[in-house]
Design a protein around this ligand. Structure first.
Ligand SMILES: C[C@@H](N)C(=O)N[C@H](C)C(=O)O
Ligand SMILES: [Zn+2]
Length: 207
């Protein structure tokens, strides 16, 4: 464990230390880098539930993770691409809504709220590749496609979709994000275990 992780653990759990204020725990990603495009899909009805799950369209992350993503955006911009965020920090109450809205046979695609999601730790992002103007490029599937076509190594796809997925994955991995096998759009910080689940809602984090 690196020193900053030990320090953040100490600050969260030491009984005599004051808790960090919410604005120090989570930051608005677009304040860190306005070239990161954002379409918070759970703040709209345009998501797999068909319902508005979030109370605000805020793209919040742990500061270190937001800076990592900012470096991804810079890396992609140099190559003529951009990155768009579909989801980032997710309150626990929203995780419960997603879980309840998911048919039991598809629940392997959603973290059990009793265990908690990496999104609720503020260290996970769901992203896609865009051009420099934020227009989405061809990818293997739409967001939250819960089938094998969404697997990160699925090959029976148009060449362009595979190429764009590789560009996105290479850029994210180069900056320390880990991917998952079942969802090409999901990445999380390699040190996710150092960040506890957050008991915060969007309105708790000052603008
Ligand atoms: C619901 C889907 N976008 C998602 O985030 N799944 C992971 C496993 C999660 O709920 O953390
Ligand atoms: Zn995710």
């Amino acid at each position: 464990m690196q020193l900053p992780a030990i320090l953040s653990f100490f600050l969260f759990f030491h009984p005599h230390s004051a808790p960090l204020p919410p604005e120090a725990v989570l930051v608005d990603v677009q304040k860190i880098n306005p070239y990161i495009f954002v379409d918070m899909r759970y703040a709209t009805k345009n998501n797999f539930t068909g319902e508005k799950i979030y109370s605000a369209a805020r793209c919040l992350l742990r500061p270190k993770v937001a800076k990592r993503l900012s470096r991804v955006a810079k890396r992609l911009r140099h190559k003529g691409y951009g990155v768009k965020v579909w989801d980032a920090f997710r309150p626990k109450s929203a995780q419960e809504k997603l879980w309840n809205a998911t048919p039991p046979k598809l629940r392997r695609y959603v973290a059990n709220p009793k265990k908690g999601s990496k999104h609720t730790r503020g260290v996970a992002v769901d992203v896609t590749l865009t051009d420099t103007l934020g227009r989405e490029l061809q990818m293997p599937t739409p967001f939250d496609t819960f089938n094998i076509r969404a697997r990160s190594n699925y090959e029976n796809l148009p060449k362009k979709a595979i190429r764009n997925r590789t560009i996105l994955h290479d850029a994210m991995k180069a900056e320390g994000f880990l991917s998952v096998s079942g969802e090409w759009w999901h990445f999380h910080d390699a040190e996710w275990r150092c960040y506890p689940l957050l008991d915060l809602n969007f309105q708790d984090v000052p603008q």
